[in-house]
Write a protein that binds this ligand. Structure first.
Ligand code: NAD
Ligand code: TDX
Length: 351
């Protein structure tokens, strides 16, 4: 199949593209604006494949999107392009509304126009897959899980913009018959993760001998999924999922933030011991994130039962691999630190 991957130079998009080139016969067109979060070198491992193509363009640019549909004639759209960092959405929500809401509208409008021009067999085979987040469901207390029928309750500018885009995607399915799929996934981690996010930020700052900022008291809980397992879930959904359906994707690996940070510190103590002391000595509790959601947890029973997908690695295996990758691939993240973002605090609202 021909798969149009928006946001393919990002963390999850690049993992999906590497997987599709290495483990399928699909052709891939990456459509990516290359914002601060787009890192083309994440695609170096597969960019010499003749089944891989790249276009630098904005999903809000209807003409560029229309051209990509016309020239590439995709059978699947895997729509991952988004502003993805909650802290940045606190500092500058406008970009989130623009890319996540307006950009998704443009993608849907152009997909619909293209889809209507296909013959009947191609129309029924076509899929528009929107990659979304569990944050649309809001925040849980100590118990319970998000299912596909949990009511939406987004609470940050980021999650509100993703909720808006999810609603638009479903509306295009219900109203116009576009064959859409939505997946809502928990926190991903793994190689090529941009240093603004908790896990890479902690690894990098630990290695640089800097304080390790834990928001609030560190008791917030996230469910962590290794990014390659997410990529495998996405492929299963657009290849075999039922149009109109939503699938929750999760790692069954709930951890308090402080547990994640101390796990990273212990792995580093073993793999790269400090001359004196331990990495955990660098942990510093800092002002909480405004509106910080307490807990996310996913019930992934549906994708397991319907599509046979389960995570392949535990959090302990995945975090070990991730720390090792950051140790072995320092040029990837040092280039980012030099040119784009040097792990400073973001998202402290000023009222
Ligand atoms: P990311 O920030 O690493 O990558 C986003 C990519 O989108 C970048 O390559 C960027 O250049 C591109 N992009 C941004 N705005 C664009 C625009 N206007 N036009 C074209 N390209 C644009 O994000 P990620 O962590 O890989 O997340 C990918 C998707 O998965 C997002 O939709 C996100 O909401 C969703 N998601 C992420 C997680 C997670 O834990 N990271 C979990 C669940 C869902
Ligand atoms: O320095 C930090 N210290 C800290 O304690 C950072 C950057 C984060 N945190 C906390 C906040 C969260 O409780 O760690 C947790 C994880 O934070 P992020 O890595 O920013 O992820 P999160 O806000 O949970 O959102 C992520 O998962 C869901 C992705 O960024 C989203 O795109 C995805 O939808």
């Amino acid at each position: 199949m021909r798969i149009l991957v928006t946001g393919g130079a990002g963390f999850i998009g690049s993992a999906l593209v590497r997987r599709l080139i290495r483990h399928s016969d699909h052709e891939v067109l990456v459509f990516d604006k290359l914002t601060y979060a787009g890192v083309l070198s994440s695609l170096d491992p597969v960019s010499s494949s003749d089944r891989y193509r790249f276009i630098q363009a904005d999903i809000c640019d209807a003409d560029a999107v229309a051209r990509a549909f016309r020239d590439f004639a995709p059978e699947v759209v895997a729509h991952l392009a988004a502003e993805s960092h909650v802290d940045r959405s606190i500092d500058g929500p406008g970009a989130f509304v623009q890319t996540n809401v307006v950009g998704t509208f443009v993608m849907l409008s152009q997909a619909l126009a293209y889809w209507r021009g296909l013959d009947e067999a191609a129309r029924s085979a076509f899929r528009f897959h929107h990659i979304s987040t569990d944050e649309v469901f809001g925040s849980l207390g100590e118990d319970g899980f998000f299912t596909e029928t949990t009511p939406y309750d987004p609470r940050s500018p980021y999650s509100a913009s993703k909720a808006g885009s999810d609603h638009l995607v479903r509306a295009w399915g219900h109203t116009y018959g576009l064959p859409v799929l939505v997946t809502n996934c928990s926190n991903n981690y793994g190689p090529f993760h941009f240093p603004e996010k908790l896990i890479p930020l902690i690894i990098i700052r630990a290695l640089n001998g800097e304080p390790l900022p834990v928001y609030g008291d560190g008791s917030n809980v996230r469910d962590w999924l290794f990014v390659d397992d997410h990529a495998r879930a996405l492929q299963a959904v657009f290849e075999t999922g039922k149009p109109g359906e939503t699938y929750n994707v999760g790692g069954n690996a709930e951890r308090k933030n402080i547990e994640v940070v101390t796990a990273i510190c212990s792995i580093l103590d073993r793999l790269r011991p400090k001359a004196e002391g331990r990495y955990a000595d660098q942990i510093t509790y800092v002002t909480d994130r405004p509106g910080h959601d307490h807990r996310y947890a996913i019930d992934a029973a549906k994708i397991r039962a319907d599509l046979g997908w389960t995570p392949s690695v535990t959090f302990e295996q995945g975090i070990e691999q991730t720390v090792a990758w950051y140790l072995e691939n320092q040029s990837w993240w040092r280039d980012i630190l030099d040119a784009r973002y040097s792990t400073q605090r973001l998202g402290v609202a000023h009222g």
